[in-house]
Design a binder for this molecule. Structure first.
Ligand SMILES: C[S@@+](CC[C@H](N)C(=O)[O-])C[C@H]1O[C@@H](n2cnc3c(N)ncnc32)[C@H](O)[C@@H]1O
Length: 259
């Protein structure tokens, strides 16, 4: 990594997570050693490793072979017995739970069944869910323009940022899916072969398009799934990215707690 890139452990993104965890969990390593954490779609296991360093029994779930290999490299080098990884679809998380804490960072907006998945998460989480995700804007006329947006406006805005107050993600018009409002996002061509999909290291895995829930709908899903308290955490990017990150990218951090 370039020398000026902060390492994850020192980043404001991780510190925001760690501070929230400290609010709701005892700080003693002994108490923590009996508690399980899952990191969903863990990429190279950075957050998983930090949870293990905090003393938790941490498991990262990652579908992609290349990422999973890197996770195991991290495990070998850190030598932490409470740090583990499995190569699996996150939809199978119940096989490994239940967990005291679930971290769902940059993953939900890569799924085509977010409502069903959040029910699985709620069933497998005993106390705390940290959910960092994009959501769909309720009003955005660009997304009613179909191919005109996809092939004409979006490429122009990408290059010039012309009138682009919010990033143009080329989403669909508002649609009902799994009983809630949101918009579809195309991840990759549905005819792409498996080896190509394997190499798109940050993308969805078993679905070629994802469904982004509207923010209000997302909070309803969380409540209905069994998280009694749903808060929004505002300092999750610190000053690493511009102030208007949440409104420009339609992305935020939810903190959801069981009763
Ligand atoms: C945008 S990256 C986010 C990585 C990491 N959580 C972070 O915030 O830095 C999405 C990750 O989820 C993984 N992923 C996507 N769909 C998945 C699925 N259905 N099951 C398991 N992992 C998945 C991808 O391979 C990738 O590592």
């Amino acid at each position: 990594m370039p020398a000026d890139t902060p390492i994850l452990a020192e980043s404001v993104m991780w510190q925001a997570i760690a501070e929230t965890v400290d609010l709701f969990f005892p700080k003693g390593r002994e108490e923590r050693s009996g508690m399980k954490v899952v990191d969903l779609g863990c990429l190279e296991g950075g957050y998983t490793a930090e949870f293990a360093r905090m003393g938790f029994d941490a498991l990262g779930i990652e579908a992609r072979a290349d990422n999973f290999r890197n996770c195991n490299l991290v495990k070998e080098n850190l030598g932490l017995p409470n740090l583990n990884f499995v190569q699996d679809d996150v939809r199978n998380m119940a096989r490994y739970g239940p967990f005291d804490i679930s971290l769902c960072y940059g993953l939900l907006y890569h799924l085509n069944d977010p409502v069903h998945f959040l029910k699985t998460v709620a069933d497998s989480t005993k106390k705390l869910l940290l959910l960092n995700t994009h959501f769909a804007p309720e009003h955005d006329i660009r997304y009613y323009l179909g191919p005109v947006n996809r092939y004409f406006l979006a490429p122009i805005q990408k290059r010039t940022r012309f009138l682009e107050h919010q990033k143009n993600f080329r989403l669909s018009p508002i649609t009902l899916h799994e009983g809630y409002r949101g918009r579809w996002y195309k991840e990759w061509n549905k005819h792409a072969n498996k080896s190509k999909v394997e190499k798109i290291l940050w993308a969805s895995y078993n679905n070629n398009r994802s469904f982004w829930l509207c923010k209000k709908d997302l909070t309803k899903v969380l409540h209905n799934a069994g998280f009694k308290h749903v808060f929004e955490q505002f300092n999750f990017t610190g000053d690493l990215v511009p102030d208007h990150y949440t409104s420009r990218y339609n992305r935020t951090m939810f903190v959801a707690l069981k009763a």
